[in-house]
Design a protein around this ligand. Structure first.
Ligand SMILES: Cc1ncc(COP(=O)(O)O)c(C=O)c1O
Length: 399
């Protein structure tokens, strides 16, 4: 008997699998591989944050919470955002089970089949793929790479934001390039989107990892300029600034008018975030500024060290990014970054992410997460140096 092929929905079949994973899966678990492929700090979560979760479990907090999270955490996040940006009330905040979950819920809330979504690229693949899950059409607007690093052509973006556009997805500071939206660019985009009724989804995961601002300041973002009733939503996470990637805890903010709808979506996705994690989230927000300051100083040092070492390698062009925790750089002679990264793993025990994973304009580049010790970074650079010298020698032989 003939069996029809087992397939998922066409939209799901068409999703592009992560090329970062494709490289990592080839080397994960190999002890001889020094890996910088994921966006993850190499430090465990600070003790006082872990302690809050343990205490919560020990007192028997093992039950569901309100869909939007425990009131203490919503209030703490609202105070935190109000201090960093503009005043925000707890009823505009929902706790989510990761930054990724915040993005997915906002995506489900705002876009549907056939909607046009504009995404600024290169970008973390998840942001580009999630609109496709709900059947939306994704148009990308590339950042341009030049002598001054990655830059947004605001005119080109505004042209792409047509009256038929439903939403704009922007990640700033950007994974992988570190590009950060300037206030003038933000204001032009916000004014245009207000005029045309376009939603802005700001992925603010790296807003506290910003090297170009005053100490402790968040990167400039839409939350600094948006009114409470603007069509602006923001997704955020405890993962990066508080060293909590494995916890899967995040939050979103949205205009009051859509919060009831967001509540329904949280119910039908995850119901709520785990309560003991939410307790840890409260202390992270309330007592975590020193953690963020130390992390920022450490990453700034790591960034400067890595970029200087990379620049000294033949054929490597690297810039110090203003935000996030990645060096995204070109290697001369690399025109297939996926194949190059697989070769780095197999032949040199070095794990990097291929630039093509982040969009066509990332081809020829590789991404290196510098949230790591100087000793590990030095080991990685030595491996990359061997690889680029071999590549140059092979080029000479072929030439
Ligand atoms: C740009 C960006 N947004 C959001 C996230 C989501 O973080 P998480 O799901 O760990 O909270 C990440 C994680 O890598 C990211 O790079």
């Amino acid at each position: 008997m003939e069996h029809a092929a087992l397939t998922t929905r066409p939209a799901v079949e068409r999703l592009v699998a992560s090329k970062i994973r494709e490289v990592a899966n080839a080397g994960i678990g190999r002890r001889d591989v020094v890996a910088f492929w994921f966006g993850e700090p190499d430090e465990v979560t600070p003790e006082f944050i872990r302690r809050a979760a343990i205490d919560s479990l020990e007192t028997g907090e093992t039950f569901y919470t309100h869909n939007f999270g425990i009131p203490e955490l919503r209030a703490a996040i609202a105070r935190y955002l109000s201090a960093l940006h503009r005043p925000r009330t707890p009823d505009q905040v929902a706790v989510t089970s990761s930054g990724m979950s915040a993005l997915m819920i906002l995506n489900q809330a705002l876009v549907g089949p056939g909607d046009r979504v504009v995404v600024v690229t290169p970008v973390w693949p998840n942001l580009r793929e999630i609109p496709k899950i709900v059947g939306a059409d994704v148009a990308t607007v590339p950042l341009a790479f030049g002598a001054a690093g990655w830059r947004l052509d605001t005119g080109r973006l505004l042209e792409a934001l047509t009256p038929a556009t439903r939403a704009l997805y922007v990640n700033s500071p950007n994974n992988p390039t570190g590009w950060t939206l300037a206030p003038t660019e933000r204001d032009a985009i916000l004014a245009h989107c207000r005029r045309l009724g376009i939603w802005i989804l700001a992925d603010d995961a790296y807003e506290r990892l910003y090297y170009a601002g005053a100490d402790g300041a968040a990167a400039p973002g839409f939350l600094d300029a948006a009114d409470p009733d603007d069509r602006v939503v923001s997704a955020n996470t405890f993962s990066k600034a508080w060293l909590m990637t494995g916890w899967r805890l995040g939050w979103l903010t949205a205009p009051h008018a859509i919060m009831a709808a967001i509540g329904k979506l949280i119910e039908y996705n995850t119901c709520c975030a785990p309560v003991f994690e939410q307790r840890a989230g409260v202390v992270a927000i309330e007592r975590g500024e020193a953690v963020i300051a130390r992390t920022l100083a450490r990453y700034r040092g790591a960034r400067d060290y890595l970029v200087e070492r990379l620049r000294a390698l033949p054929g490597v062009a690297a810039d110090a990014p203003p935000g996030a925790m990645y060096a995204f750089f070109r290697v001369a002679g690399v025109d297939d970054s996926l194949a190059f990264c697989k070769r780095l793993v197999a032949g040199y025990g070095l794990g990097l992410a291929p630039g093509a994973a982040f969009g066509a304009e990332g081809e020829g580049c590789v991404r290196w997460c510098f949230a790591a010790s100087e000793a590990r970074l030095a080991d990685g650079v030595a491996r990359l140096e061997r690889a680029v010298r071999d590549l140059a020698a092979a080029g000479r032989r072929a030439g």
